[in-house]
Design a protein around this ligand. Sequence first.
Ligand SMILES: C[S@@+](CC[C@H](N)C(=O)[O-])C[C@H]1O[C@@H](n2cnc3c(N)ncnc32)[C@H](O)[C@@H]1O
Length: 270
Amino acid sequence: MDVAKLKAQAAETWGKGEYSGLSEMLRPAARVLADACAVSAGQEVLDNAAGDGNLAVICAEEGASVVAADIAPGMVAAGRERSQAEGVDVEWVEADAEDLPFEDARFDCVGSVFGAMLAPRPRVAAEEMFRVVRPGGTVGMTAWLDKGPSYDMFRIGRSYAPPPEPGAETPPGIEEWSREDVVRERFEGLAGSIEVTQATLPWEGESPEHFVAMMERHAPTQAAAKESMPPDRYAQMREEMVEMARGWAGGDRPFSVEGHFAVIVARRPG
Ligand SMILES: C[S@@+](CC[C@H](N)C(=O)[O-])C[C@H]1O[C@@H](n2cnc3c(N)ncnc32)[C@H](O)[C@@H]1O
């Protein structure tokens, strides 16, 4: 696996689009994770692969002292601007979830909302989260399940992605993080206790077409696909996505479907 290339791609791709729209859609999951991790005033918290800081802002509002880290410089800039605009104190850092620039045991809680699940080497990302959380501290993640609207979207996206070089290793599917047995294996020797539950958040659109246009504008991976793919091929993929959303909506009309995700809460032994 060409890890350096994957990281460079992530840093560039996630800087595209106007992320605020997707961030708003994902926000309920950050609330769920902050509650599941029992984040409270006075704690030191890392929002890992923070995007524009959904978890960071919630934790700062709770009175925690917050650092937000993300691999994409564009995302860090957007997050810094957002936290300033919302009047909350968050320290922003450009950082790879597989190589966190923090000292051992610094944080009471390390949380990641649909972020650390994207690291190409899950065990390395897990070791980093447990390294920077203090003994007795909490590591929390959310990850999409292998069903529902997110999975439908990823499946279509993946089927249009360029094939890997012959013989090249590819990262595991991000949805594997939603399986408790996989989480237990990845956290083996790192976590004292592990709890994996499920929650939902709404995926809504005024119409299937409107939803896909929203993703095109606000989802960095979709914006990057539009920019990089030959126009005919992109149009074909887009039409498949509209068709998929028609399936959720039962036609060309407003819809709200449930996106299921896993909520992982683990503690580092004290
Ligand atoms: C779906 S977004 C979620 C962002 C945010 N947590 C939220 O709640 O909106 C995924 C984020 O993971 C970041 N990311 C991807 N790979 C990463 C890596 N290896 N290290 C750190 N951040 C990464 C992306 O830049 C992006 O901001």
